[in-house]
Structures are given as C-alpha cells and as structure tokens.
Ligand binder design. Structure first.
Ligand code: AP5
Ligand code: MG
Length: 216
C-alpha cells in the first residue's frame, strides 16, 4: 500500500502523466481521474459538453474551469476514491486548484503529494507527435520510445492504435504554450504548500523508482 495516495500529476502535455499513472495502477488499486480522458469520452458520446470541448481541445485550449472542476468533484465523491486517487491533468489553473481545495475539504479529503514531471520542450514535441493510443483499452504507446510489438496493434487487447487529433505538431506547440502560461504557476503554488515532488529524470525505470520511493 502507498503511504501517500491522494495525488496530483502535473506536467506539460506529453510529460508522462498518463504513462506513469498506468504504471502506478498496476500495483495499487487507486482511482485514475484523467480530465483529458473524461473529456474525450464526452466527445465520443457526442454530449453537449463533448461538442463544446471538442473545438477547444483541437486548438489546444483549456475547457472552462467551473465545468471541469464540477466533473472532478463528482468523480472524487465516488467510492473507489477512498483507496486514493491520481488526478491526471487537473488542476491546470490556479482557479481550478482553488476549486479543488473546496471540493476536497467538503468531502473530508486532502492531498498527499503533487508530482511534477519536468521534461524539456524538444523531448515533449518528439514524444507527442509519435504517440499512439489504443482505441479500446487506452494503453499509451510511442512509435519512437515505447512501440507496440506489432505496428498499429495494441499488445494488450489487439485493437487498433490511433493518433490523438491534438497530437499534430501545430497543436502540440499550442498546448505547450498554454501549459507555460496557465498551468506552470501551479508548480510554485504547490511548492509553497510543501506538497511538490519534482521528477526531472527522462528514463522510464528511474522515474518508476523515484515515484515509488517517494510515495511508499
Ligand atoms: P490531456 O489528455 O490531459 O492532455 P495533456 O495534458 O496535454 O497531456 P497528455 O495526455 O498529452 O500527456 P501525458 O502527460 O499524459 O503523457 P503520456 O503519458 O501520454 O488533455 C487534453 C485536452 O483536454 C487539453 O488540451 C484541454 O483542452 C482539455 N483538458 C484536460 N484537462 C483539462 C483541465 N483540467 N482544464 C481544462 N481543460 C482540460 O506520454 C506521452 C508520450 O510520451 C507517449 O507516447 C508515451 O509513450 C511517451 N513517454 C512518456 N514517458 C516517457 C519516457 N519517460 N520515456 C520515453 N517516452 C515516454
Ligand atoms: Mg495523458
């Protein structure tokens, strides 16, 4: 069991939030709350929110704070979050962090750690433009760094791999800019609160080891 289990994963697009959430979940039964995945599910189901979000996501812009915070609040109230949770990609603005604080305190919960994956811009752009995701089970691959055994096919469930529409070079650059302008102030926000754990390793095994050592 992890000692620190109510977690935020923060980092630029492509920093590894999804990859290392999946790694941690292999051994620890926690809730994985990826706001990007929640929004992509809304888009897939063609809901009102999904239709609104699709355009913003394609341009690499953020969905409004109150909407996203409401979704997360509802999700945090579900029973599986009692075992701990990883907030992957939320909060992304100071306003979202404030709304999260309100939601957590109304649910009688608190944060244990905010993990910041620090990765340089060149690596980010290489990773994003070579990323592949499984349509069915969501497993994340990379043509350059973590390829599937058979090209275009998921190792786990055999379904087809696809490229996210926001992983074009142009949108990836726009998302990176949004990260620096709107999300990076959260790093000092959480550092000031004594919650930040920064990982600047790029090697997968070293990241896994650092994460486990910090959270166990
Ligand atoms: P979201 O889906 O969260 O996208 P993101 O933050 O841009 O992050 P990514 O999912 O692109 O990257 P990641 O850090 O998960 O990296 P991954 O592990 O896949 O959000 C999408 C959109 O939804 C946003 O742009 C916004 O419009 C909206 N949205 C979401 N949340 C919101 C919020 N809170 N408020 C408002 N709007 C919101 O890894 C990337 C690649 O690198 C993979 O191919 C992987 O295999 C590879 N890789 C990872 N780590 C390594 C490593 N160590 N070595 C080699 N390769 C690696
Ligand atoms: Mg992700």
């Amino acid at each position: 069991m992890l000692k620190k289990k109510n977690l935020i994963f923060v980092g630029a697009p492509g920093a590894g939030k999804g990859t290392f959430s999946a790694m941690l979940l292999e051994d620890h039964p926690m809730a994985h709350i990826s706001t990007g995945d929640l929004l992509r599910d809304e888009v897939k189901r063609d809901t009102k929110l999904g239709r609104e979000a699709a355009g913003l996501m394609k341009e690499g812009k953020l969905v409004p704070d109150e909407i996203i915070a409401g979704m997360v609040r509802d999700r945090l109230a579900q029973p599986d979050c009692e075992n701990g949770f990883i907030l992957d990609g939320f909060p992304r603005t100071i306003r979202q962090a404030e709304l999260l604080e309100e939601a957590l305190s109304s649910l009688g919960k608190s944060l244990d750690r905010v993990v910041y994956f620090k990765v340089d811009d060149d690596t980010i752009l290489k990773r994003l433009t070579a990323r592949l995701n499984c349509k069915k089970c969501g497993k994340i691959y990379n043509k350059l760094f973590m390829p599937p055994t058979v090209e275009g096919v998921c190792d786990v469930c055999g379904d087809t791999l696809y490229q996210r529409p926001d992983d074009s070079l142009e949108t990836a650059k726009a998302r990176l800019e949004v990260f620096y302008k709107q999300t990076s102030p959260l790093i000092d926000y959480y550092r000031d609160r004594g919650l930040l754990f920064e990982i600047s390793e790029l090697d997968k095994d070293k990241i896994c080891a650092a994460l486990t050592a910090e959270l166990e």
